[in-house]
Design a protein around this ligand. Sequence first.
Ligand code: CMC
Length: 424
Amino acid sequence: METAKLSLQGKDYELPVIVGSEGEVGIDVTKLRGSSGAITVDPGYGNTGSCLSSITFINGEKGILQYRGYPIEEIANKLRFVEVCYLLIYGHLPNNLELEDFHHKLTHHSLIHEDMKKFFEGIPPEAHPMAVLSAMFSSLSAYYPDTGNGEDVDLNIIRLLAKAKTIAAFSYKKSIGQPYVYPRNDLSYPGDFLHMMYAVPAEPYLVSDVLEKALNMLLILHADHEQNCSTSTVRMVGSSQANVFASMAAGVAALWGPLHGGANQQVISMLQKIHDDGGDYKKYVAMAKDKNSDFRLMGFGHRVYKNFDPRAQILKKQSDKVLTELGITDPMLDIAKNLEQVALEDDYFVERKLYPNVDFYSGILYRAMGIPTQMFTVMFALGRLPGWISQWKEMRSDPKGRIYRPRQIYTGETKRPVVPLEKR
Ligand code: CMC
């Protein structure tokens, strides 16, 4: 077995090397503190592997993303979102029977307890839907407590996936003051979500094929992304053996931030600002490069992708297609494309390997689908839910799993006595 050598304070240590199935190399430091007293320091965890996982593989240099070994380009074009949920959670693509059973369960658990509607009543209409989603996920644990029985956990996972779209759509209906629309069992997962978002009691609602397909792809493209901020949060919270609902609520909270899933909302605000400012996108590229300005090009850059984000490439093509099919011309799409072109040729962005990420084009698509800007990050959360669940499940079924508990290097005051109040 290959090892890595470390010399520290006059002593040599041999550290085991772990090689993943795609050739990724990691130095195993699990015994380092015990043997040397030292720890590794890696703020932002850019060089830290927090777990071994068989769910998602990313090669950021080559722009590769695979769920359970299947390339994202194939998955996005060939599968339905529920198949991808199944793949992520159970590890293989479902056969006909498995898919039928899974879809049946997802539809028959999609109602939320009628009492939960009262929660929505208490929320101000202008509340951010991510606040609502996180609170409602947490509240589900009040209705479906974790008894520690594995079967309950499996059922709670189904409940969570099934009810998430109902909760998301209800939060939207609440924000616009319309009556809630109940789920329908005859529709696909994305189709049912669109129905609950847009149907009104006065007239029948026909799910548009174009919107349903576009949403199916958007959800798939967001479904998992290995150890990102929200997924690591889910694992961190779940490692204390917190229940699945509480762990997912924490994931929603982490996703909300503008540097993570909240970026999709920020991208549209940024494009709108550029548009309202006369469309001078070059001025904003200059601002993003200016170290005296806090401004960043939202939807640009990624911790892992250093060449291109394959999800952004798929979404760029999809935006063109869907807008054409819907007969929509959106000046934001033109601004986005121009901004991308200028940034991709600019030394600042080239040197730092900053490329459009998944959030750059997703907002344009959501807008075309009539989804309000405040809901964009909720859409991301809906897509990411199967990823969070599969990562949570993988972590909880690891017999060697331990509570996540990093260490630190203390840099504060050394030990000193408390000075009495009158002498301070
Ligand atoms: N605009 C301008 N400069 C940038 C940008 C940007 N969007 N992103 C990074 N940089 C610069 C940054 O200032 C730094 O420059 P320097 O080396 O001179 O100090 C360098 O690039 C490296 O940036 P970093 O902040 O150290 O990189 P990170 O890996 O810690 O952050 C990021 C990754 C995605 C948070 C960051 O690129 C960013 O803030 N992007 C905008 C927000 C965004 O689009 N987030 C969505 C990410 S994709 C969806 C998801 O999975 O969350």
